[in-house]
Design a protein around this ligand. Structure first.
Ligand SMILES: [Zn+2]
Length: 75
């Protein structure tokens, strides 16, 4: 039975997904968000609706580098 391993995995990915959502939410609200690793301000490039572009959240050092391909709901 690997149910415990599964719940560990799910909890971990849920946490990082939640963190990403929180980051995106803050950036969209115009708040300054700092990289949790280096403390530099994060830069956000949002995907453009209808175009095949990929958005990202990055810091200048590159230790935060999140792609936003499917993270932003289409509304
Ligand atoms: Zn950083």
């Amino acid at each position: 039975m690997d149910t415990q391993d599964f719940s560990e995995l799910n909890r971990h990915s849920a946490t990082s997904f939640h963190e990403q959502k929180q980051l995106i939410k803050n950036l969209l609200a115009g708040r300054m968000v700092l990289c949790r690793h280096c403390g530099q301000q994060l830069q956000a490039q949002l995907p453009v609706a209808g175009e095949n572009s990929v958005g990202y959240i990055r810091c200048t050092q590159g230790c935060t580098d999140i792609e936003l391909e499917a993270a932003v709901p289409k509304r």
